[in-house]
Design a protein around this ligand. Structure first.
Ligand code: FAD
Ligand code: NAD
Length: 475
């Protein structure tokens, strides 16, 4: 038995898995008048990921970049059920999803399943560790809110342990060495934020230690930020040099130990680098539930990067009842928030169109059924003509395919500087510096989904400027 919901049996049920960029954008845009909608996600909020590194160093408070999913759904015309649970499996044949409550506190019922007419699959991705030893046990991640909180605690712990009386110089240097793995935008932005924390706050609060803090960014490829133009990569590298952030390129992390990382250097030598904290920002991979779902469609779903979808977001190989958006998919677009949110709002609009198509189909079925029962010739002719007209309307009925509109790529690189690669006419415009930083701030402020979050983020920026970041270590 599924959960009891204010269910209208005459309407189709959309089950949405996830409450991230794709799902939230879908819910924001969806007209719920014609559908029963149920959202299932292990976290009952939306997380504004672009500002997560700012939370990790205390520039912003966590609450400022979260939006409870119920804030989105309560404004809908019809009730939308929000269930805090983790989907365990999808049965594409019987059209059901089973899910469990895996939170700390559970009631008498903690697992059940639900039927769907349409499934909007937006579960995102998880951190890719490539099976490298010690990553899970010894590194922090930068993907979810608890990752940022854990990193903040660990960072402050390293500082306080370095300040412990009698610590040797060697141990102080180890504890104050922060290693960020992955020179994609997450790793670069986090390194920049750590540097700001050091310059703007730690020099004041830990004057005896601040000069010993070292940040190293390790990247396996020959360059950081491959999605940006050469000029912006060079600008980032020179800014990091000024900020005394070391970049090691063509260097692969082979193991993360309790007190060090093992590096394969460009000359193939193996180096053991002591450190106090490792942040793993080396990319993402598909979740197990996604791999399991794909395995149920072995001929159609063969892309190892994620779910193959068509231009209508339909999962290839299904009967048109499963739609997948965002990081769980493998499309020609990069796995970004920008893509996921455009896919989500597109899908919601296409559901509004789908209602029209469904209504026409139902009307046609009804007319054809009644034509078969009418005995009087003239009356039947009238109904058949009407059915033909509906049929021709149905033939013309088309849902427009998804069309991605790239708005540009932005990244914060620390020291009040950002880089931007913006599309113009047939090419792109590259800009970097302090002005771009203000553009970055205003762009993200306007992208935040609610006025509440905009106000919280803007006021956090002001408070941090005036009072600095908090250096107390939460337990
Ligand atoms: P997510 O936003 O990750 O959402 C997935 C949702 O599914 C979550 O709510 C999760 O709780 C839920 N879920 C997980 N498992 C299950 C399950 N079993 N059942 C049900 N629900 C489940 N992109 C940009 O374009 N610009 C940026 O500046 C940018 N900055 C970033 C900074 C950081 C630190 C990070 C980590 C990412 C950044 N990204 C950025 C990338 C962007 O966050 C992702 O591309 C985006 O989140 C993808 O959206 P999504 O909806 O597919 O997945
Ligand atoms: P990423 O996949 O973009 O980068 C990960 C990097 O880690 C790669 O360059 C890879 O070569 C490196 N790496 C992997 N294994 C390694 C190892 N063992 N040793 C050293 N280096 C290793 O990951 P990301 O930065 O988390 O970004 C994920 C997605 O989110 C991307 O699509 C990105 O565009 C998007 N994102 C965008 C922004 C932004 O626009 N500002 C910010 C963050 C994330």
């Amino acid at each position: 038995p599924g959960p009891q919901i204010p269910h209208d049996p005459t309407k189709k049920t959309i089950v949405v898995l996830g409450s991230g960029w794709g799902a939230t954008s879908f819910l924001n845009t969806l007209d719920t008048t014609e559908y029963n909608v149920v959202v299932i996600s292990p976290r009952n909020y939306f997380l504004f990921t672009p500002l997560l590194p700012s939370v990790a160093v205390g520039t912003l408070s966590a609450r400022s970049i979260l939006q409870p999913t119920r804030y989105v759904t309560r404004h809908k015309t019809r009730f939308v059920e929000v269930i805090e649970a983790e989907a365990q499996s999808v049965d594409p044949v019987n059209k059901t999803v089973s899910f469990i409550d895996n939170s700390d506190i559970q009631g008498a019922v903690s697992s059940t399943s639900i039927s769907y007419d349409y499934l909007v699959y937006a579960v995102g991705a998880e951190v890719q560790t490539f099976g490298i030893p010690g990553v899970d046990q010894n590194a922090c991640f930068m993907k979810e809110l608890n990752d940022a909180e854990k990193m903040q605690r660990r960072f402050m712990d390293c500082l306080e342990s370095a300040a412990f009386p009698g610590q040797s110089e060697e141990e102080i240097h180890r504890l104050l060495h922060m290693v960020v793995v992955g020179g994609g935008p997450t790793g670069v932005e986090l390194s920049g934020e750590l540097h700001d924390f050091l310059e703007e706050d730690l020099k004041m609060w830990y004057p005896e230690l601040a000069s010993k803090i070292k940040i190293t960014l390790v990247e396996a490829l020959p360059s950081v930020l491959p999605m940006f133009s050469k000029s912006l990569i060079d600008y980032t590298v020179s800014t990091f040099k000024e900020s005394k952030i070391d970049i090691l390129t063509q260097t692969m992390v082979k193991e993360v130990k309790d007190k060090s990382v093992t590096l394969a250097m460009p000359d193939k030598s193996i180096v053991e680098m002591p450190c106090g904290m490792v942040v793993w920002a080396a990319g993402n991979k598909g979740r197990k539930i996604t791999q399991d779902l794909m395995a149920k469609l072995p001929t159609a779903q063969t892309n190892r990067r994620g779910i193959t979808i068509d231009e209508y977001m339909q999962m290839v190989g299904t009967d048109g009842s499963i739609f997948a958006i965002g990081d769980c998919t493998a499309s020609s677009h990069a796995p970004t928030a920008q893509v996921a949110s455009q896919q989500g709002s597109y899908l919601a609009r296409s559901f509004a169109q789908r209602v029209k198509g469904d209504k026409l189909k139902a009307q046609l079925d009804e007319l054809e059924a009644s034509a078969a029962t009418i005995l009087h010739d003239d009356e039947r002719k009238k109904v058949v003509e009407e059915a033909e007209s509906v049929k021709s309307q149905l033939a013309k009925f088309k849902i427009r395919p998804f069309n991605y509109s790239h708005q540009g790529t932005l990244a914060y690189i620390g020291s009040d500087k950002a880089i931007a690669q913006l599309p113009v006419m047939n090419g792109s415009f590259a800009s970097g510096g302090v002005l771009t930083y203000y553009f970055w701030r205003s762009a993200y402020l306007s992208t935040l989904f609610s006025l509440r979050n905009r106000t919280l983020v803007a006021s956090d920026w002001v408070w941090t400027k005036i009072f600095g970041r908090d250096v107390s270590r939460e337990w």
